[in-house]
Every structure is written in structure tokens, then in C-alpha cells.
Write a protein that binds this ligand. Structure first.
Ligand SMILES: N=CN[C@@H](CCC(=O)O)C(=O)O
Ligand SMILES: [Zn+2]
Length: 413
């Protein structure tokens, strides 16, 4: 698709050449061009600059007077393929039960797994595509989606095939993660090593053969999977060509971050409970810390200590964690606002964390995350706003007028 955007009030996140992820002080710099044009050819960003240099060509033109353009959000952590909902557990928590107590009583991840196992692949696809279309309208142009609500070979593969089908049918970038080690199914209640062996010997070879995943993940947490389990799963995933990611330090800090770094994981996600040693171990590594503020909001647990981490020179990405239990929301606009309001990130830091650093956390930096020649024209066109600070300021709302994927305007279906 070819299109020329003219009179853009401010073109946000402009990077001459593809940068690596942003850390520490770099995160406070958000390069922009005021009164700009942006030229898209064949779905790719082809040129941009000040209006004085706008080319005179005869192609579809969009006048963006008073409006801003920024790269689409990059949401590097979701579980948006799931069956049914868990609003009953939400009420249980209001009435005083904790997330852990609900899980202990057969709720939580096992509750979602039961529902998913009983749902056909077609039904699961239809439920999931509604959520995918919803997040596209909310400005997400690249997303990672995990399995992990199957917990049997059939159901895990069903989830990954649904993700594959979403990839085929939608224009946004999608990465798939195998999260078989999300919780221990009741059939394996007293046989955790047997379950891990089943994931490794039975499911991983099929995933590799059918090319169904890019990443491998595990819930490294007290009561779920240990640091040793994490090492085992990450190593097995690597053998099958999967890059590691981990759910870690959500409720307790048990040394999982070090295990992740030792295994060169691409990202460590959650990080609500961070010790000084966890921050230290992340310094000068290629592992992206990922914060999920909507999860902290929904579960009323601590927020990832963004200021401490950025001031220690670390990078930080922001993602939604869209899932039926801890975060039934895939709204990156809310994530960016909440990061500013509750984690005291500046708008510049939050936008960098939700674009460039999110793209890095999905190995998608070559394609998305900034306005750079050669990257995909996955774009947000805002309504008329005074400054980009209005994006996080208008929390609970959003200032998106239109979204474009590969230069094509995606209208609500
Ligand atoms: N913490 C582990 N997994 C999900 C929540 C799972 C659930 O409650 O369904 C998360 O990232 O928050
Ligand atoms: Zn998660």
C-alpha cells in the first residue's frame, strides 16, 4: 500500500537507522520531527522529513494537520488465546481470596486449562480473533502470544495452531511462545518431573517439526516451577531452536532472573518483586526486563520498580500480559498511562518501552518499533492533540484516530 501523510503535527520515535534497545538515560530521549511528512511505499516506511521537503507525487494522501503519528505499540507478552473467562474468580478476590488461594482450590491457570481442553480449535480461534482485532484497534502492531492454557499435548498444540492461523490471517506481526510449563496439571500432581519430561520429549519435537513456536517460556515461581526446572526447560527449548523467555519474580524472588540471564533469555517478565541482586545480574546483558503494569493493577500487587531499574542503567519494556486470570485487558494505551502514573516513568520512557524495547523483546527490531526507513508502516495516527504527553495523560481513554498495518488502514470490523 502506498500513502503519503502530510502536515503531521509531530512524527514520533524517528530513528535514522535501526537502533538497538534503549537503556537507562537513553530511555528519556524520544526523537521527533515537527510539521512532518511520512511516505509509505508497498507497506514499508520509505521516506520522512520536514514538510518543506515533502515530495510532490501523485499517490493517496492523508492530511494529518493537528495530529501525530507514532509506530504501533509492540506488546511482547500476552496470553490472548484462551477459552472463556474467569470473572467469578475476580469476584472471589474482591471478597478476600488471594490469587494463590484461588489457584490452590483448582481455579487459576488450571481452570482456564479445563475450559480450553473442552473447546474446539475453531471455537478457540473465533474467541481469540475477537481479542486480536480489539488490540489492533487499540494500536498494537506487533504481539507475542503464549500457549500455556492447554497443559496436554493436544491442547498445547491446539493453542499453537490457533496462533499460527492468526498469523496467517492478520496483518500485524505475531510471535508464538510455548509455555507448557505454566502450571502443573492435576494428572501430574505428584509427578512434576514426569510432566516436564512429557513437555520435552513429546511436545517439543512436534513444535520444532511443525515450526509452531519462536520462544519457550516457564512460570518460575514458588508453588509452580523451580529455578532448576527453569534451567531444564530453557536448555531443552534451545536444543529445539526456541529462544528463552521467563515469567519470574511475580510473587517471590527465588533466583530465576540469574538462571534466565545464564541461559541468555531474550526477556524476563513480571518483576514485581525485585531484589538488588536481581537488578545487578541484569546489568550489561542482552536480556530485556519486561514490566506488566496492568497485572499489578488488576491483582493489586506491587509495580515493577521502573525508576530503580532505569536509574541502575537497565532497559525496560512494557507489555499487557493480556490473559483471563491476572490481566483481562490488552490495552497498551492503559499500560503506557499506568507506567507513567504508578511507576513514575516519563512519557518518553514509557513510549520507548512500549515501542523499541517491546520490539526487541520479540526479536522484531528489524521490522517494527520505530519510524525508520525500511521498517513496516505499522502506525498510529492520533486525534488532534497538543503534545504527546496527552497519550499517557488521557488514561482510561485513548487518542487513536486511525491505525495502519503495512500502510493499510485497518477499520473496525
Ligand atoms: N503468572 C503467570 N501467568 C499469567 C497469569 C495466568 C492466569 O492467572 O491465568 C500471568 O502472566 O500473569
Ligand atoms: Zn504472562
Amino acid at each position: 500500500m502506498n500513502v503519503l501523510f502530510k502536515n503531521i503535527k509531530e512524527l514520533i520515535q524517528v530513528r535514522e537507522s535501526s537502533v538497538n534497545f534503549l537503556s537507562g538515560k537513553e530511555m528519556s530521549i524520544l526523537p521527533t520531527i515537527k510539521n512532518a511528512f511520512l511516505l509509505v511505499k508497498d507497506g514499508i516506511i520509505s521516506d520522512y522529513g520536514i514538510m518543506g521537503k515533502c515530495p510532490e507525487i501523485d499517490i493517496k494522501t492523508i492530511d494529518a494537520t493537528g495530529k501525530m503519528i507514532l509506530p504501533s505499540w509492540c506488546d511482547s507478552h500476552t496470553h490472548l488465546v484462551y477459552a472463556g473467562n474467569r470473572e467469578d474468580e475476580f469476584v472471589d478476590r474482591i471478597n478476600g481470596l488471594s490469587y494463590a488461594e484461588i489457584a490452590k482450590n483448582g481455579g487459576g491457570i488450571l481452570n482456564s486449562a479445563k475450559k480450553l481442553q473442552q473447546t474446539s480449535e475453531e471455537d478457540l480461534y473465533n474467541q481469540s480473533k475477537i481479542r486480536l482485532e480489539e488490540i489492533i484497534q487499540l494500536g498494537t502492531g506487533a504481539v507475542e502470544i503464549k500457549s500455556g492454557y492447554g497443559l496436554t499435548k493436544d491442547a498445547e498444540l491446539k493453542m499453537l495452531r490457533v496462533i499460527e492461523k492468526l498469523k496467517e490471517n492478520y496483518f500485524l506481526e505475531i510471535k508464538a511462545t510455548f509455555l507448557g510449563a505454566h502450571a502443573l496439571p492435576s494428572e501430574y500432581k505428584n509427578n512434576k518431573s514426569g510432566y516436564l519430561q512429557m513437555l520435552i520429549d513429546d511436545i517439543l519435537p512436534t513444535i520444532e517439526k511443525e515450526n509452531l513456536a519462536d520462544f519457550i517460556d516457564i512460570f518460575c515461581e514458588t508453588g509452580y516451577f523451580s529455578v532448576d526446572d527453569t534451567q531444564q526447560i530453557l536448555k531443552a527449548g534451545k536444543k529445539h531452536g526456541l529462544v528463552g523467555k521467563i515469567h519470574v519474580n511475580q510473587f517471590t524472588a527465588i533466583g530465576g532472573i540469574k538462571a534466565g540471564v545464564d541461559n541468555n533469555v531474550l526477556s524476563v517478565d513480571h518483576l514485581e518483586e525485585m531484589r538488588t541482586e536481581d537488578i545487578e545480574v541484569l546489568k550489561n546483558t542482552k536480556t530485556m526486563p519486561v514490566a506488566l503494569p496492568s497485572c499489578s493493577y488488576f491483582l493489586s500487587i506491587p509495580y515493577t520498580p521502573a525508576r530503580k531499574m532505569i536509574e541502575a542503567g537497565l532497559p525496560l519494556a512494557l507489555a499487557t500480559d493480556y490473559n483471563p486470570g491476572s490481566t483481562p485487558s490488552g490495552n497498551m494505551n492503559f499500560v503506557v498511562s499506568t507506567a507513567c502514573i504508578k511507576m513514575k516513568m516519563t512519557p518518553e520512557e514509557a513510549i520507548n518501552a512500549a515501542t523499541i524495547n517491546g520490539a526487541y523483546a520479540m526479536n522484531l527490531l528489524e521490522k517494527v518499533g520505530s519510524i525508520t526507513k525500511g521498517k513496516l508502516a505499522n502506525l498510529i495516527l492520533t486525534k488532534e492533540i497538543n503534545s504527546y504527553n496527552f497519550i499517557p495523560y488521557s488514561f482510561g481513554n485513548h487518542c487513536i484516530e486511525k491505525v495502519f498495518l503495512k500502510g493499510i488502514e485497518i477499520k473496525k470490523s
